[in-house]
Design a binder for this molecule. Structure first.
Ligand code: KDG
Length: 323
C-alpha cells in the first residue's frame, strides 16, 4: 500500500448553522479542518496509508483534532502535543455578502502549529515514504514553520519520496503578493507535483492565464505534473507536452471550503493506485463536487463507493435533480 505523509496546521472550525453575515449568527457547529489534513484524510478514505505531522495544543481542542484524525485512520504518532501554545481556530461565514462564497476569520496567530520546528521532525516519519505533501499555508504561518517545511521536503527527497506542493496562497497570512512570491518560490521549485489555481497564479504573476502558466513552468526543474484548479471551469493537468482538461459537476453549493483539498486528495490517490490521468481527474472533480455540497471540510470527503455512486447518479440523469 502506498504511504503518504502530510504536514500543516489543523484547526478547530466554527461553522454557523445558517448562511449569512457572521454578525447575526448565534449557533455554530464545531468541525475540524486544515487544508493539508483535509487532503490527507481524503487520501486515507481512498485506501492510501497516511500519516500527518504538525503540533496541536494540549487542551481539549488539540485532543479533538487527534481523535478526529485517529477516527479517520490517519497516523498521528509523530504529531507534537504543545503544552505552551494553543490550537488554532477559525470561524466561517457562508454566502455573505456574495451568494455561495465562503470567507473565514482566523484565530491562529501564535498557535502550536506555528511553532512546529525542524527539530521536531523525526527520521522515522519519512521512512519508506512514497509521497510527502505540504501547501503554501504552512510556510506562511511563521519562519519556524517555513524552515520546518523546507527541511521536511529535503528529508522526503532523501528517502526517495515525491514532493507534492499546492500553492494555496492565504493572502491574510502572507499580506502582499511580493511576500507570497518570496515565501513560496523554493517550494514551487522543489515540488515534483504542483497544484495551483487561477487566483494564486494571478497573484504570483499577474498576467493572462496562459502567460501565468508559462511563468510557473519556468520555475524549478521540469515537474512530473502541473495541476491547475480553475474553479467553475474545472481543472487542467499538464504532463510533459500533454494537456488534460475536465469541467465541473454542477451541484448546489453549501460550503466551498475543502473542495480544492478533496480534489487534490482524490487525484493523488487515483494516480497512486494506477488510474489514468483522465480517470483521476474525473474522480477528483466528483470529490470536489461532493465536498461543496455539505458543511465542514472533512465530513463530506468521499470513499470509493461514494464516488462511484455519485458518478452513477449524475451520469444516469438522476443528478439532473441537482443540476
Ligand atoms: O482548504 C480549506 C481550508 O482553507 C480551511 O479549512 C482552513 O486550512 C485552512 C486555511 O488555512 O485556510
Amino acid at each position: 500500500m502506498k504511504k503518504v505523509l502530510g504536514m500543516g496546521e489543523i484547526m478547530i472550525q466554527m461553522n454557523p448553522t445558517e448562511k449569512g453575515s457572521l454578525v447575526y449568527q448565534n449557533l455554530f457547529e464545531r468541525h475540524v479542518a486544515g487544508s493539508e489534513a483535509n487532503t490527507i484524510i481524503q487520501m486515507q478514505k481512498l485506501d492510501i496509508n497516511t500519516n500527518f505531522i504538525t503540533a496541536v495544543g494540549s487542551k481539549e481542542f488539540g485532543k479533538i483534532i487527534l481523535s478526529t484524525l485517529m477516527a479517520e485512520g490517519v497516523g498521528v504518532k509523530d504529531i507534537k502535543i504543545d503544552e505552551e501554545h494553543p490550537t488554532g481556530l477559525y470561524v466561517v461565514q457562508r454566502s455573505y455578502p456574495f451568494p455561495d462564497k465562503t470567507s473565514v476569520i482566523y484565530y491562529r496567530k501564535g498557535a502550536a502549529a506555528s511553532f512546529f520546528s525542524k527539530d521536531d521532525l523525526k527520521e522515522e516519519s519519512f521512512a519508506d515514504l512514497d509521497m510527502f505533501l505540504v501547501s503554501g499555508i504552512t510556510p506562511a504561518l511563521s519562519d519556524i514553520a517555513r524552515s520546518a517545511a523546507l527541511k521536511a521536503i529535503e528529508m522526503a527527497k532523501k528517502n526517495g519520496a515525491k514532493v507534492v506542493f499546492d500553492t494555496n496562497i492565504r493572502i491574510n497570512l502572507l499580506k502582499t503578493k511580493e511576500k507570497a512570491y518570496e515565501c513560496l518560490l523554493p517550494f514551487i521549485e522543489k515540488s515534483d507535483i504542483l497544484f495551483t489555481g487561477k487566483g494564486d497564479l494571478n497573484l504570483l504573476f499577474g498576467k493572462t492565464f496562459e502567460e501565468n502558466v508559462a511563468a510557473i513552468k519556468k520555475i524549478g526543474k521540469d515537474k512530473e505534473m502541473y495541476v491547475f484548479k480553475l474553479g467553475g471551469e474545472g481543472a487542467m493537468i499538464i504532463q510533459g507536452d500533454k494537456e488534460y482538461r475536465r469541467g465541473t459537476f454542477k451541484v448546489p453549493v453549501i460550503d466551498e471550503l475543502g473542495a480544492g483539498d478533496s480534489f487534490d486528495g482524490a487525484l493523488l490517490a487515483s494516480l497512486l493506485i494506477g488510474k489514468s490521468i483522465d480517470e483521476s481527474l474525473k474522480y477528483a472533480s466528483a470529490a470536489g463536487a461532493i465536498t461543496v455540497s455539505l458543511k465542514g471540510d472533512i465530513e463530506p470527503l468521499p470513499g470509493w463507493k461514494d464516488l462511484e455512486l455519485f458518478l452513477e447518479l449524475y451520469e444516469s440523469g438522476e443528478g439532473k435533480l441537482l443540476r
